[in-house]
Write a protein that binds this ligand. Structure first.
Ligand code: ATP
Length: 286
C-alpha cells in the first residue's frame, strides 16, 4: 500500500446561486449551479503512526485545527477508528477567502487522500457524507465537474460539463464573513432570484450563449463591481457575477480568445486576475 499520496483539488465557481429559504436551525437552503475550474491546490498526505501534522505554503492559512484540511483528517480518523496518522503538506494556489471554495477543496482532497492511503476504508457515498459534515461545499469539491446543488448545498445532481468556454476571475474586494453576507440577504425586502432552471436547460443543451444569459447570483446586489463588469462586457463576457458570497467576480466567455483579452485589460487595473477553464472533476489523485 502507498505510503504517501498527492491529490489535486480544484476551486469552484457558482454559475448560479439562489437562496430558497431558511431552515429552523438557521441554515439557508440554496439552489446553485456549481462549476469546478482548473485552478487547484496540491495536497500531499503521508501515512504516519499517529497524530496529524499540517504545513502550508503559497498563501497565509492557519496550520492547526482551524484549517479545514486538518479537520477533515481528524474526522476521517474519528469515524474510521483507524489507528494511524497523517502528515499533510498543502501547496495553495487557490486564492484564500475569495468565494472560490479553497478550504472546502482542501478538506475534500484530504478525505480522498486518506481514504486511498488507508485501503479505501469508506465507500464513495460514505466519503461524501463525511464531506457534508465538514461544510456544505465540501461534497461538491470532492466530486466536482458541473452540478446542480440543493438543500444546504450538499445535495448534488450532475450536469454536462461546460465546453469551449473560459472564465476570468477578479478578486477585488475584501472578504466579508459568509454569515454576515447571508444576514444582509435576509434584510433585503426582495431577492432577485436567478433563472437556475433555464441555466440548467441551457447547459444540458450545450448552449453557451443561453447559459451566459441565465447566470446570476443573489449576492450580485451586495457588491459593487460596475467597473469590472464594463471591462468584461466590452471584451465579450456573456455574464459577469459574484462567486459564493464574494468578493470575487468572474466573467463567463463563450469565446476563449475574448477571455484572454479581458484578462489583459483587467490586469491593467487589478492585481488578482486570472484566466481559467471549466474542469470535469473536483479532486483527483495525481
Ligand atoms: P467560505 O465561503 O466557505 O467562507 P471561501 O471559498 O470564500 O470560503 P476559503 O479560501 O475557503 O474561502 O477561506 C475562508 C476562511 O477559511 C479563511 O478565513 C481561511 O483562513 C479559513 N481556512 C481554513 N482552512 C483553509 C484552507 N485549507 N484553505 C483556505 N482557507 C482556509
Amino acid at each position: 500500500m502507498a505510503e504517501s499520496v498527492t491529490v489535486l483539488a480544484n476551486a469552484k465557481l457558482n454559475l448560479s446561486l439562489d437562496v430558497t429559504g431558511k431552515r429552523p436551525d438557521g441554515y439557508h437552503t440554496v439552489e446553485m449551479v456549481m462549476q469546478s475550474i482548473d485552478v487547484c491546490d496540491q495536497i500531499n498526505v503521508a501515512k504516519t503512526d499517529d497524530g496529524i501534522t499540517l504545513s502550508c505554503s503559497g498563501e497565509e492559512v492557519p496550520e492547526n485545527e482551524q484549517n479545514l484540511a486538518y479537520r477533515a483528517a481528524a474526522l476521517f480518523f474519528e469515524r474510521s477508528e483507524i489507528d494511524g496518522g497523517a502528515a499533510i503538506k498543502l501547496k495553495k494556489k487557490i486564492p484564500v477567502a475569495a468565494g472560490l471554495g479553497g478550504g472546502s477543496a482542501d478538506a475534500a482532497g484530504v478525505l480522498l487522500a486518506l481514504n486511498e492511503l488507508y485501503g479505501n476504508h469508506f465507500e464513495d457515498e460514505e466519503l461524501e457524507e463525511l464531506a457534508a459534515e465538514l461544510g456544505a461545499d465540501v461534497p461538491f469539491c470532492l466530486v466536482g465537474g458541473t452540478q446542480l446543488s440543493e438543500g444546504i448545498g450538499s445535495i448534488l445532481s450532475p450536469l454536462p460539463t461546460l465546453q469551449n468556454c473560459a472564465f476570468v476571475v477578479v478578486k477585488a474586494g475584501d472578504k466579508r464573513s459568509t454569515g454576515d453576507m447571508y444576514a444582509k440577504l435576509d434584510s433585503l425586502e426582495e431577492l432577485d432570484h436567478p433563472y437556475t432552471q433555464d441555466l440548467v436547460d441551457a447547459i444540458c443543451e450545450g448552449d453557451n450563449i443561453d447559459a451566459g444569459r441565465y447566470m446570476s447570483s443573489v449576492f450580485d446586489k451586495l457588491w459593487e463591481f460596475e467597473d469590472i463588469r464594463e471591462i468584461m462586457e466590452d471584451n465579450g463576457a456573456a455574464a459577469v457575477l459574484v462567486t459564493g458570497s464574494g468578493p470575487s467576480v468572474f466573467g463567463f466567455f463563450p469565446d476563449e480568445d475574448n477571455a484572454k483579452d479581458a484578462e489583459n485589460a483587467l490586469s491593467d487595473h487589478y492585481n488578482n486576475v486570472f484566466l481559467c477553464e471549466p474542469a470535469d472533476h473536483g479532486c483527483e489523485i495525481d
